[in-house]
Design a protein around this ligand. Structure first.
Ligand code: AQP
Length: 343
């Protein structure tokens, strides 16, 4: 049985949507609607792996779904829903907790970064996060996942879980008529500039919802003044821009701003440097601000309109959840049989 070309991805409602989420994820989601069946989730169950005020969680869930639609996802073509409405995600993640090995999970660098010195005090959910992510993807037998660079290790783990499940349950899946693998070995679909957008204040850290400094992050609903102020105050070095990409090596902040420009303009780093090579920051930063405002302002306007329309947002999320369940439930029925659960 060939796998349907299907894409799954998600964003956590753990803060306001930012430029890293847009360039690393959502912008890449849109064209996949033409080539794949696309499922885009607001992963609220992932968000609660760290404490979230329930009112904030609700607000950010609507905000991220609104961001998806405002940035060009069509809810009649893509399935857009929030994870907790489809309980099969939790059920499959438990089965995957029993497939994944402790050693695999212990190697996850994002857990180490997020837990920091305090690994004993973080939630069990934070540790098991990659297993839930594997369930999100494989519940739909997704063949591709567009994600930023920071998620590549989790996708590798998803492939390891799929391979182990396919191997451990080969006899049972064969009996169900699967000659080949039960789960696909999901591909990472992501290329181009701005795969990892960095903090505007520190080129060693990624731009993140949970950054304590407001100046580090451009939020999707920032107005033109806020965007211009943040870009103006972004950390840079004293050198002008190089004319070739090799000249960005060892200049993390410069590389970040050029990558952001290229991704927003839909062009390459090489083309940006052809235009701006030799220019100082006094010329480049205003050009970047103007470009960022021209791309982000229409998206922000549409997001504001949508987040105010709860009836419409609820309708879209419920409809998406119904369509997601229609794919998930038959798979889950099979998986229960494969594992040996009696119903
Ligand atoms: N800085 C980034 N550059 C490129 N892509 C990024 N993504 C996130 N930050 C960047 C991509 O956005 C998608 C959703 O990520 P997420 O919100 O589910 O998780 P995260 O990566 O942990 O995001 P944050 O902003 O850092 O959230 P907090 O601070 O709450 O942990 C993913 O595809 C990710 O690659």
């Amino acid at each position: 049985m060939a796998f349907v070309p299907r894409v799954f991805s998600g964003i956590k409602p753990s803060g306001d949507l930012h430029l890293g989420n847009y360039l690393g994820a959502i912008k890449r989601f849109v064209p996949l609607q033409d080539t794949h069946q696309t499922i885009y989730c607001v992963v609220d169950m992932h968000a609660i792996t760290v404490w979230q005020e329930p009112e904030d969680l609700r607000r950010w869930t609507y905000e991220i779904a609104a961001g998806y639609i405002a940035a060009g996802l069509d809810p009649t073509r893509s399935i857009i829903f929030n994870q907790s409405q489809v309980m099969e995600h939790a059920e499959l993640s438990w089965i995957f907790n029993c497939v994944a090995r402790m050693g695999w999970m212990e190697r996850m660098t994002q857990f180490k970064d997020k837990a920091g010195e305090n690994a004993e005090a973080v939630s069990l959910g934070l540790f098991a996060y990659p297993s839930l992510m594997a369930a999100d993807i494989l519940l739909y037998k997704s063949t591709g996942v567009p994600v930023g660079d920071d998620q590549k290790q989790h996708l590798e783990l998803t492939r390891d879980i799929a391979k182990k499940f396919n191997h451990d349950f080969r006899r049972q899946t064969k009996a169900l008529g699967y000659e080949a693998d039960y789960f696909p070995i999901t591909e990472t679909l992501a290329t181009g500039p701005a795969m990892r957008v960095k903090s505007l204040k520190d080129g060693a850290r990624k731009m993140s919802k949970s950054d304590a400094s407001d100046l580090s992050t451009i939020y999707m609903m920032d107005d033109a003044d806020a965007i211009a102020k943040k870009i103006k105050r972004a950390t840079t070095d004293p050198e002008p821009l190089p004319s070739e990409a090799a000249g960005l090596e060892g200049r993390a902040e410069a590389e970040n701003l050029v990558g952001i420009y290229a991704a927003l303009a839909g062009t390459s780093v090489v083309d940006v440097l052809t235009e701006f090579g030799g220019a100082g920051w006094g010329r480049f930063k205003p050009a970047l601000s103007d470009l960022a405002v021209s791309v982000l302002a229409p998206i922000a306007g549409e997001m504001r309109r949508l987040v105010g329309d709860f009836t419409e947002m609820d309708r879209i999320l419920r409809d998406g959840a119904d369509r997601a369940r229609a794919i998930a439930q038959p798979h889950m029925d099979e998986i229960r049989k494969i594992v040996g659960f009696v119903r």
